[in-house]
Design a protein around this ligand. Structure first.
Ligand SMILES: NC(=O)c1ccc[n+]([C@@H]2O[C@H](COP(=O)([O-])OP(=O)(O)OC[C@H]3O[C@@H](n4cnc5c(N)ncnc54)[C@H](OP(=O)(O)O)[C@@H]3O)[C@@H](O)[C@H]2O)c1
Length: 229
């Protein structure tokens, strides 16, 4: 297999495992909405990866706001802000004037498929690097190899559940950083940490708990994902 970056997940979920509401509206999962867990983990990564639905619905800026964290990144030999990576099957619905493309100074990379109209690809090429890697879904192995080739050695994948399932299925996750909040969101259709088609009992991914810390309103857990081979 070709070389790829170290991939770690960083996701926040409610006590009942939901990462958003049933209507997929970005929401808090803890009572105090402390974002330090997420912002601290953005410091050591070269790139942040998001699934297409998250980029389209939430339009996250993915910036490193605090000057202290920006300085920490520079001291590590990194750019002030991580590269933004979107895994988007069809780019038609992307908000070109939104936060993902316009907040901060980071480089933007979109991996897409043949479902994206060529005119849209050419339009987006003015503000982002675009790679067409797949017919229906993005080939994630190929996308990660390309990121490695571009000098990106660590990728933080924040979600959502469909992207995380695909990354785990393809054995592309090394570490999971999980924040478990003190709110219960419910909703049978609300996205969870890992959705997709799901694994059968025998193919279920195995993880090993590395650390567990308690904050006022949430738990922080770190796991290593057991390699298949
Ligand atoms: N709490 C957190 O930490 C956190 C973090 C991130 C996101 N979220 C939430 O997660 C929700 C969205 O999650 P989601 O599961 O619906 O969507 P998602 O994982 O953000 O995006 C999945 C979409 O990406 C496209 N895609 C292209 N290639 C793919 C591949 N190889 N594997 C998987 N997807 C691929 C697909 O679009 P097509 O179906 O069009 O092919 C797929 O539906 C939002 O509500 C967001 O707020 C929460």
């Amino acid at each position: 297999m070709k070389k790829r970056p170290f991939v770690f997940l960083c996701t926040g979920m409610s006590l009942d495992g939901k990462i958003s509401t049933a209507k997929r509206i970005d929401t808090r999962i803890t009572t105090d909405d402390d974002r330090n867990f997420l912002y601290d983990l953005r410091v050591p990564c070269d790139a942040i990866m998001m699934g297409g639905r998250t980029v389209i619905l939430d339009d996250p800026g993915l910036t490193v706001k605090s000057v202290r964290r920006q300085k920490q990144r520079l001291a590590l030999g990194k750019t002030k802000e991580p590269v933004k990576v979107g895994i988007v099957s069809d780019i038609s619905k992307l908000k070109i004037n939104g936060d993902f493309f316009n907040k901060g100074d980071a480089k933007k990379i979109i991996f897409t498929t043949e479902r994206s109209p060529k005119t849209k690809i050419n339009e987006l090429r003015k503000i982002a690097d675009i790679y067409v890697y797949g017919k229906q879904k993005v080939n994630l192995k190929k996308a990660l190899s390309k990121l490695y080739e571009l000098g990106i050695k660590s990728v933080m994948a924040e979600g959502g559940g469909e992207l995380i399932f695909s990354l785990l299925k393809d054995d592309l996750v090394d570490e999971i950083n999980l924040k478990i909040g003190d709110l219960i969101l419910g909703g049978r259709n609300a996205p969870t940490l890992c959705d997709g088609e799901g694994f059968a009992g025998t193919t279920a991914k195995q993880v090993r708990l590395i650390s567990l810390k308690r904050k006022n309103s949430y738990l922080m857990l770190k796991y290593k994902v057991k390699r298949v081979n």
